[in-house]
Design a protein around this ligand. Structure first.
Ligand code: AR6
Length: 173
């Protein structure tokens, strides 16, 4: 599976892939972090269609076009806010990844790019979140042809190195 997973450091808004995933909030009306960057780069048309959608529960995903972004779609995933770990956060984070992968699979997409959902403002511990992300993607790819490739896009170097290390460990196990 390792050959179907890429880990890069960078800005997800610059990727010309089939779909990028946004770490959104339940209102779907933009915000800071990767959400803010995606809305700025996509343009006001994105906010208009998000407003029509009218929100999204935690753990679920809503799909829009990507407008001025170089990708084709934006999958808006709402990650859990970290509250100490006993409020269902792991299941909700797993659901985000699975629902995004399911949308990519249904559309038979080539490449899906994922940020570190919940690892910024939402405060999810990085190692736990990265382990969930890699496990869910790995498991999905074992059982599905699509998406053909998953690209984890990490904004900063420590997060990039964490994902690299965990993927090497996963590939050995
Ligand atoms: N490309 C890739 N990753 C990025 C980018 C980028 N351009 N910008 C930031 N990151 P966050 P969350 C990383 O806070 O924790 C927003 O206000 C960042 O370094 O964007 O799920 C929303 O509107 C971090 O590792 O998302 C919600 O209200 C990761 O993306 C709330 O924040 C996620 O950080 C969602 O919080």
């Amino acid at each position: 599976m390792k050959d179907r997973i890429d880990i890069i450091q960078g800005d997800i808004t610059e990727l010309a892939v089939d779909a990028i995933v946004n770490a959104a909030n339940r209102g779907l009306l933009g915000g800071g972090g990767v959400d803010g960057a995606i809305h700025r780069a996509a343009g006001p048309e994105l906010l208009a269609v998000c407003r029509e959608i009218g929100g999204c529960p935690t753990g679920e995903v809503r799909v829009t076009k990507a407008f001025h972004l170089p990708s084709t779609y934006v999958f808006h995933a709402v990650g859990p806010i970290w509250q100490g770990g006993n409020a269902g956060e792991p299941d909700l984070l797993r659901a985000c990844y699975r629902n995004a992968l399911d949308e990519a699979s249904n559309r038979q997409l080539g490449a899906l790019a994922l940020p570190a959902i919940s690892c910024g403002v939402y405060g999810y511990p990085h190692q736990e979140a990265a382990t969930i992300a890699l496990n869910e993607v790995w498991q999905w790819l074992v059982g599905h042809e699509f998406p053909q490739k998953v690209v984890f896009v990490l904004f900063d170097q420590p997060m990039y190195e964490l994902y690299q290390r965990l993927l090497v460990e996963k590939a050995k196990s």
